[in-house]
Design a protein. Structure first.
Length: 143
């Protein structure tokens, strides 16, 4: 038996394996949580202030999924909201993210239709301003 031949064959198998592994790794999508991740990281103190403002509220927004793929947001202070946004963030696929504008509503509930969205794990991120302050709350929901 010729050991030199088998050493060359083993090396070729190893090189092929490594080449295939590198090819597969290079084709993998490496998405950050947000396209502007680093810019958002620099403004993180503002985000902490928004969370602190929300924690100081006695009445915080409540999220509830309904059976007919509707998201109900209950918040007694919707009439005081100057402007706001609800983002449904999909950690697994940024293409599934959806944004909704919050309305200045006299009722304490707003309902968002999610029938066109793919099912799965989402983070409901709600930001709003009222009384000259900004607020932020985040909850996990499953569609």
């Amino acid at each position: 038996m010729n050991w030199g031949k088998w050493i060359v064959v083993a090396f070729l198998f190893f090189a092929t394996f490594i080449g295939g592994l590198v090819t597969v790794c290079m084709r993998q999508s490496v998405n950050l949580e947000s396209k502007e991740y680093y810019k958002e990281d620099l403004a993180y103190q503002q985000q902490l202030d928004r969370k602190s403002n929300t924690n100081a509220l006695e009445d915080k927004p409540q999220f509830a999924m309904e059976a007919n793929k509707k998201l109900r947001v209950t918040f007694d202070l919707f009439d005081a909201v100057e402007q706001g946004e609800l983002v449904l963030f999909s950690p697994s696929n940024p293409g599934n993210d959806v944004k909704f504008q919050l309305g200045n509503d006299t009722t304490s509930e707003q309902v968002f239709d999610l029938t066109d969205m793919r099912g799965g794990h989402y983070k409901a991120r709600m930001t709003w301003s009222m009384g000259g302050k900004e607020f932020y709350i985040e909850e996990t929901i499953f569609i």
